[in-house]
Design a protein. Structure first.
Length: 318
């Protein structure tokens, strides 16, 4: 890599650190890499991590004709590791334009990102690599694979109103309809002063919960148990916190009837392979997929952890 007028040059590519002004350059990459349309508003919220002490930790590569062609970055977040809250970061939105793959951009941008993360006090980076990117994380970036996350589905016998209204561009009208029934069923949009405090996982204090508001959140509370969910074409349960057998049975019944009335034909949830919620979930949900999760330590004093606890809310896309 050659350092020049730009931050750096890699072969024929100019490398720059991601900034608020450069977020617009990611829109085309999302379409090329994932066939997804994102908005600037969404990206600004997702990259707004200064509340944790660091932000815009990543790099973007430009071709000779100034086209953005690759991006690697991480999202800083507070993490409770071995009962101590530290600054970590989640790897997310790794993408390379289809015409510029196999040029070494993924590896070089990642290494630059990790160097920057170290300087900002980030202790380790974790993530949920996809099937295609997993070999690169392990072989080229020395990630440690920590386990599997298991995906579960509960099918609801109802008219799939949510999916149908999304298909015809009426999702905003559907959310108004869902919000009415969510209130009837006792769901709230704020968690109040409750902290979701799980060891060896993301620490959701007021900053953590505030950061996750790039789409609508809903919370159902019952005798100290908290269920955090979101609604798109289906009901996506992000977290089941502080549950027991009796409470989870009540909650599943309530969410099932809410889904029937509001036309949500599927309820989804995933968690790591060692999560205590598995004993509840397997009684109600059917597993349909699994994938890996892992991490890389950046600081020498990062303690070894035998097992991490993750749920759907911990993904950067939730």
């Amino acid at each position: 890599m050659i350092i020049q007028g730009a931050l750096a040059m890699l072969n024929d590519y100019r490398i720059e650190r991601i900034t608020k002004e450069r977020l617009v350059d990611l829109l085309g990459l999302f379409e090329s890499a994932f066939n997804q349309k994102k908005t600037i508003s969404y990206l600004k919220k997702k990259f707004d991590t200064e509340r944790f002490g660091a932000s815009f930790i990543g790099y973007i590569a430009y071709s000779q004709n100034e086209e953005p062609v690759a991006y690697y970055g991480v999202f800083p977040i507070r993490f409770k590791l071995n009962n101590r809250v530290i600054l970590a970061a989640q790897s997310g939105d790794t993408m390379t334009h289809k015409n510029h793959q196999r040029k070494g951009l993924f590896t070089e941008l990642a290494k630059m990102t990790y160097d920057l993360a170290r300087k900002k006090g980030i202790k380790f980076i974790f993530g949920f690599p996809g099937r295609n990117s997993l070999p690169g994380f392990v072989k080229k970036l020395n990630w440690k694979i920590d386990g599997k996350r298991h995906f579960y589905r509960f099918n609801v016998c109802t008219l799939p109103l949510a999916a149908l209204m999304h298909m015809v561009g009426m999702e905003k009208l559907y959310i108004l309809y869902f919000n009415f029934w969510a209130k009837v069923f006792g769901l709230k949009k704020e968690l109040g002063n409750i902290v979701i405090d799980r060891n060896n996982s993301i620490f959701y204090d007021s900053d953590g919960m505030g950061y996750r508001h790039f789409s609508d959140n809903y919370f159902l509370q019952n005798n100290g148990c908290v269920v955090w969910l979101k609604v798109v074409r289906s009901m996506e349960i992000g977290c089941i916190y502080n549950a027991d057998d009796h409470i989870i049975e009540q909650i599943i019944k309530r969410l099932r009837w809410l889904s029937v009335i509001t036309g949500l034909a599927k309820i989804h949830y995933w968690c790591s392979d060692n999560h205590p919620n598995l004993k509840f979930i397997r009684s109600y949900f059917k597993e349909y997929n699994a994938s890996y999760y892992g991490h890389i330590a950046l600081a020498e004093d990062t303690p070894e952890v035998s097992s991490f606890l993750y749920e759907a809310c911990d993904a950067d896309t939730y």
